[in-house]
Design a protein around this ligand. Structure first.
Ligand code: ATP
Length: 513
């Protein structure tokens, strides 16, 4: 199946099975805004819990906060967002559609890469085991030509972005003969800068209102609380502050479902270190964060680091964790070495001294910062994309199963009476009443057992138990495993110990190496 079709299926699965709904759907929705439904909210909460615990529980030098979405407007002046949080946009005059100029060019770069990958795959098929990929890449004329075009374009693009040269971005689009996917024409406007922050008013206009912003990242809430947390928590450098919360960006192009939203959620951690040690910490946090991702068991080959060539002016290293989505490797998390830029800026704009007194060195300094910043929604999407599977069964049928990591699954155990009579529903409820304190259980009595299994597979429930007539006398139930579909007869009294460990967030945390 084409990857595009797979993605469409995942999007409709999210809606049909109560994971994600378009916002205000009865009014035809609102662009790039989504609501999490009954199953989605559980999965999302589990992802957040996994992240939070990996930061705050596993590190005794990391604490959490929950700062407000509204902040003093000068925060965004100091952070540089008012002046520089822009995307270059371009319109196609025929389709009247708006695009990000940088994304159009990045797509053109990706097309060269796809061409190369296709040549390599073709040759690999032809030569089989004897295929030497490195030699092929170094000698094949078509590969070399595309590689050279890709590199030249990439270099020109990076230079234009670094210089914020909007005319050059437009010229690249013209020279590369990039067409609008809707109209198919090259009738482009000039490229303009567009600030991504949403504005609103605080206070009534009669008393004089002022413009404030919806935060475009949660990080600034951490920076402005650095002193408060350091002092009240008696924190010693190196230490970190973690936060999960909503962020808002007026994205020009809303694409790819919950990958790019206008209201989304971030999980960010700012780690304050001694100047000069930041690059060591940067490497360490890259490893720690990759281990967090890989503990989910989605396969190391589906992740890669992408080091930034274009660094923000305040950063001295930056790398993204990319995950293989159906539409290619995409950023889910950014790890940035932000120097002391933010704390220094806030010190300058607020007039407050924002420093750390290092008792061991007997000196004061402004700490440097390593940031790890991951989008909850992108993480959610990567979990969905990897878990959604259509499996051919021996009887010729296909089952749709969400092979979610058990610790993230919305429901851990579905309890089903074989029939709706003879005391079986009561027995099933009794089991739930016992286990519901330990993990999320659901009762399900409608339709045949086969259909009920399929329904639970589709929402990723790792375990089902069936209560039958024998249960009433032998105290045993049939436990079915979602992935293997194996069924075993087990004692009701053993259920908790059989399941609890496998579905707990702790089981995931223990896998982080
Ligand atoms: P992109 O280049 O895709 O716009 P970014 O580099 O601007 O992302 P950051 O500012 O580093 O993103 O934000 C950190 C994380 O927040 C990203 O890795 C991503 O997971 C998430 N994120 C950023 N923008 C959005 C958005 N519009 N919708 C959903 N998640 C987002």
């Amino acid at each position: 199946m084409a990857q595009e079709d797979v993605f469409k299926k995942i999007v409709s699965h999210c809606k049909e099975y109560g994971f994600v709904f378009p916002s205000s759907e009865i009014y035809d929705g609102l662009g790039a805004v989504y609501d999490y439904a009954q199953n989605g909210v559980e999965l999302k909460n589990n992802i957040k819990q996994y992240w939070w615990q990996s930061m705050v529980l596993l590190h005794d030098n990391i604490v959490g906060i929950d700062s407000a979405i509204f902040m003093h407007p000068t925060v965004w002046k100091a952070s540089g967002h008012v002046d520089a949080f822009n995307d270059p946009l371009i319109d196609n005059r025929d389709s009247k559609k708006r695009y990000r100029a940088d994304v159009l060019i990045e797509d053109a770069i990706a097309k060269y890469e796809e061409k190369i990958a296709k040549e390599v795959a073709k040759a690999q098929k032809k030569f089989g085991d004897s295929f030497d990929e490195a030699q092929f890449r170094a000698t094949n004329a078509r590969v070399l030509e595309n590689q050279q075009k890709r590199d030249a374009l990439h270099e020109r693009f990076a230079a234009a972005m670094n210089a914020s040269d909007l005319d050059e971005l437009k010229q690249i689009i013209l020279d590369e003969e990039i067409v609008c996917p809707i109209s198919g024409t090259r009738n482009w406007t000039d490229v303009r800068q567009f600030n991504l922050m949403f504005k609103t008013e605080v206070g009534s206009t009669a008393e004089g209102s002022s413009t404030i912003y919806l935060r475009p990242e949660t990080a600034q809430g951490i920076f402005v609380n650095y002193l408060n947390v350091q002092k009240t928590g008696r924190m010693k450098v190196p230490f970190g502050i973690a936060q999960i919360g909503k962020a808002f960006r007026n994205e020009i192009v809303a694409r790819q479902f919950i990958f790019r939203m206008r209201e989304f959620e971030q999980m960010e951690m700012q780690f304050f270190v001694k100047p000069g040690t930041e690059l060591e910490w940067f490497e360490q946090w890259k490893n720690t964060r990759m281990a967090w991702h890989q503990a989910l068991g989605f396969g190391a080959e589906n992740y890669r680091f992408h080091d930034h060539e274009k660094l923000a002016h305040y950063a001295n290293a930056a790398s993204d964790v990319e995950f293989r989505m159906p539409f290619g490797f995409k950023e889910v998390e950014g790890i940035h070495s932000r120097t002391n830029f933010d704390l220094s800026q806030h010190a300058q704009y607020s007039g407050k001294k924002i420093e750390y007194f290092d008792p061991e060195l007997n000196e004061r300094y402004t700490p440097y910062v390593i940031e790890t910043s991951i989008g909850v929604d992108r993480m959610f999407l990567s979990v969905m994309c990897h878990s959604y599977q259509e499996e051919a069964l021996e009887n010729g049928e296909t089952r749709v199963v969400l092979k979610l990591p058990a610790a993230l699954a919305p429901t851990k155990l579905a309890v089903m009476p074989l029939v709706k009579k003879d005391g079986l529903p009561e027995k099933a409820r009794e089991i739930i009443d016992e286990l519901k304190f330990h993990f999320n259980c659901k009762y399900d009595e409608k339709d045949s057992i086969g259909k009920r299994y399929r329904r639970q597979d589709a929402v990723g429930t790792p375990f089902c138990v069936t209560v039958d007539h024998d249960t009433l006398t032998d105290g045993c139930v049939t436990l079915r495993d979602r992935d293997t579909m194996e069924q075993t007869r087990v004692k009701i009294s053993d259920l908790r110990s059989l399941i609890e460990d496998k579905v707990s967030i702790t089981s995931l945390l223990k896998k982080i190496k």
